[in-house]
Design a protein around this ligand. Structure first.
Ligand code: ATP
Ligand code: MG
Length: 173
């Protein structure tokens, strides 16, 4: 049986989610079933969400965190939503349905201590032995790095944002 890797894309540079989506494309090409869970709600007309409709037979995308922003004043509510999102992801990890699962921006649940990091690591380790999981997000905690098989640190060298270029369709979303 193939080994299901735990991959982590972290760091401050652009490309963490992009690289995860590249892997999704690769898996789809082989006819593998893929699940993407986005823990922070992005733009509802993002290219990846629109593209998912074209791969309905193989690709499921779930956007969690119905609008929570991390700056919200209702911390208890944010915590509850984050915990529910993690519980959903945990069920997906234990299911037999996919070959690849992307947990996009999961690191923030750990960083802001919305969900206990040990609980998340244990949940990741309970996955099927051949299930590949990609976790993305800045500031991956040390426990996650230690649990992972592959960790990439996206380092910013240049970003057009610094020249005042705004997020563009097809590049950022
Ligand atoms: P992408 O989704 O483009 O691969 P990412 O997942 O690496 O980016 P996130 O931390 O999730 O980066 O940030 C999401 C958004 O912030 C993206 O629109 C991205 O272009 C933008 N961004 C990423 N890195 C930087 C940076 N160094 N400066 C400004 N904006 C950035
Ligand atoms: Mg991202």
């Amino acid at each position: 049986m193939e080994k299901g890797l735990l991959l982590v894309n972290t760091g401050n540079g652009k490309g963490k989610t992009t690289a995860a989506l590249g892997l999704v494309m690769r898996a789809l090409g082989h006819g593998f079933r893929v699940c993407v869970i986005q823990f922070i709600k992005g733009i509802s007309t993002s290219g990846e969400l629109l593209a998912a409709k074209r791969f309905e037979d193989l690709l499921d995308v779930h956007v969690m965190g119905r609008g929570f922003t991390w700056t919200s004043k209702n911390l208890e509510q944010d915590k509850k939503i984050a915990a529910e999102a993690w519980q959903f992801a945990h069920k997906v990890l234990l299911s037999d349905d996919y070959k690849l699962v992307v947990l996009d921006e999961l690191t923030y649940l750990m960083k802001y201590r919305f969900v206990n990091s040990t609980e998340i690591i244990e949940g990741l380790q309970q996955r099927r032995k051949d299930l590949c999981v990609v976790v993305t997000g800045r500031d991956a905690p040390q426990v996650l790095i230690e649990a992972a098989d592959l960790v990439t640190d996206m380092r910013e060298i240049k970003h057009p944002f610094k020249q005042g270029v705004k997020a563009q369709r097809g590049v950022e979303f």
